[in-house]
Design a binder for this molecule. Structure first.
Ligand SMILES: [Zn+2]
Length: 479
């Protein structure tokens, strides 16, 4: 077959475009080619009409011409493949996919099949149309398969989703193997579905696999419900709230509980300091206290609140113990050992709540041991400021003389947090221990600070009182 210098598709595009008409550039090419469908080498040689410019273009500069032609066109859309096949105007064959292109200079339009369009790459907008088309095709294919998958189990169409919800909200933590079996089955069911939707496959095989997995999952779900019925009243069952908390805070413990059949034990309970969990067992903990003068009265944030009331604490003192420390040292035994009891000696890292009533209760408690060493602690009624008070002391001037000297009443302001820190360590201390602790403080104060006189202290109080009032005024602008 003779070599074609201009193919049919090129010829049709050329004839529908404007560029070829440029006589200056391409000579009489456009007019001379009007009678041809294609141009073979033979015809080219025999042609009487083609001028030299036209010949030079055809032989050696076709690219310049077609680049210019290409720029006249722009893609304006493509057909919906479902509507059937459409003839390509460049090659006249039927195509499932045709692009509609429009000539910006003369408004001509052409249908170009998906193969022919590749011969003229770079026509404006075509790539974008192709992309959108491909995405639509993909989406349609996926939708079709999604529906096909749903047809598998019409009477139980949301089985996977409902099973996931059921598992996510299961009331207790399950034993390790069962938990992972369910997790794996759900994963496999989901992946069966998504893989089929995304990539397709043999639907009968997918169906078979689906029902196999469903049967296994149903068996596991039944087992899980049986375990729940058996364990729901158990003290050591790990309920969902705690399980979720462990999963995100102590993943290793969460696993350990599952490996223990889903039940808590002394070791894992040490890490179960979730506030709600601790709170739910407060009554149980309280029942295990061996000392009659302390009791659990509730929670305060992450701490358990205790109260002590006895002959030392005529006014009750409220203090807290962090749940974490409590569960580590006490709580874990309360729930696992029927004979376990705890008392003051077991309470560690306690902290007295920083309130005025606690301050007063504590001062009342330590008053008599402190008096023995000539010290007092007091709280100003107006400003709430706290002071060490050195009581007047009578001492002999020297060991060779009977003359006595009396020291004046002295005051020393204390930071609230500092004094409460001291209290924390002394809540259950004996008189002797309290005396010794404050004797050390007193001798340190005598060495390092100047005591204020009563007049100086009152003057200072006056100042901070007026400051307080002023501040209050500032904060109540429209009262
Ligand atoms: Zn074609």
């Amino acid at each position: 077959m003779a070599k074609l210098l201009i193919r049919r598709d090129e010829m049709i595009l050329l004839k529908n475009s404007e560029a070829g008409k440029n006589f200056d550039l391409y000579g009489n090419l456009f007019a001379a080619l009007q009678t041809y469908d294609v141009l073979s080498e033979d015809e080219f040689n025999k042609s009487q009409t083609l001028d030299d410019k036209a010949r030079a273009v055809i032989l050696n500069n076709k690219k310049i011409l077609f680049d210019e032609i290409k720029n006249e066109w722009s893609g304006i859309g493509c057909n919906d493949e479902a509507t059937g096949e459409i003839r390509c105007q460049l090659c006249r064959t039927k195509n499932k996919l045709v692009f509609y292109i429009h000539n910006k200079l003369n408004d001509n339009e052409l249908n170009v099949g998906s193969e022919c369009i590749k011969k003229f790459p770079g026509i404006e907008n075509v790539a974008k149309i192709r992309r959108t088309h491909n995405e639509q095709q993909k989406y349609q294919a996926e939708s079709k398969r999604r529906i096909e998958f749903d047809e598998i189990d019409l009477t139980d169409i949301n089985y996977i989703k409902e099973s996931e919800e059921w598992f996510k909200n299961f009331k207790i933590l399950l034993p390790y193997k069962l938990f992972h079996d369910i997790e794996t089955l759900l994963y496999n069911l989901n992946s069966l579905k998504t893989t089929y939707i995304k990539s397709g496959g043999e639907i009968t095989y997918v169906k078979k696999q689906y029902f196999e997995l469903k049967t296994l999952l149903k068996k596991c779900k039944k087992e899980a419900e049986n375990i729940y019925q058996r364990n729901k009243g158990q003290l050591l069952v790990c309920r969902k709230g705690l399980a979720d908390w462990l999963n995100s805070n102590h993943n290793d413990i969460w696993e350990a509980v599952m490996k223990n059949g889903g039940l808590l034990n002394t070791e894992t309970l040490k890490y179960c300091y979730e506030t709600e969990f601790v709170q739910s067992h407060l009554k149980r903990f309280n029942a295990r206290i061996s000392d009659g003068d302390i009791s659990i009265i509730g929670m305060n944030g992450p701490s358990i609140r205790f109260m002590i009331k006895n002959s030392d604490y005529i006014y009750p003192l409220y203090f807290g113990m962090n749940c974490k420390v409590f569960m580590q040292n006490i709580g874990c035994y309360c729930l696992t050992n029927k004979n376990y009891h705890f008392g003051k000696k077991d309470l560690v890292n306690i902290s007295v709540e920083q309130t005025n009533s606690n301050f007063d209760a504590m001062c009342n408690r330590i008053m008599s041991p402190l008096e023995k060493i000539g010290l007092q602690i007091e709280r100003s009624e107006y400003t709430g400021e706290k002071y060490y008070v050195r009581l007047p002391q009578t001492t002999r001037a020297s060991k060779w003389s009977n003359r006595v000297e009396t020291t004046e009443l002295g005051y020393k302001k204390i930071a609230e947090s500092a004094i409460f820190t001291k209290f924390n360590a002394l809540v259950f201390a004996s008189d002797e221990e309290i005396e010794a602790a404050f004797a050390r403080i007193l001798s340190q104060l005598n060495r390092t600070t100047k005591w204020l006189t009563k007049v100086e202290k009152e003057k200072m109080e006056e100042i901070s009182k007026s400051l307080t009032i002023q501040q209050q005024r500032e904060f109540v602008p429209y009262a």
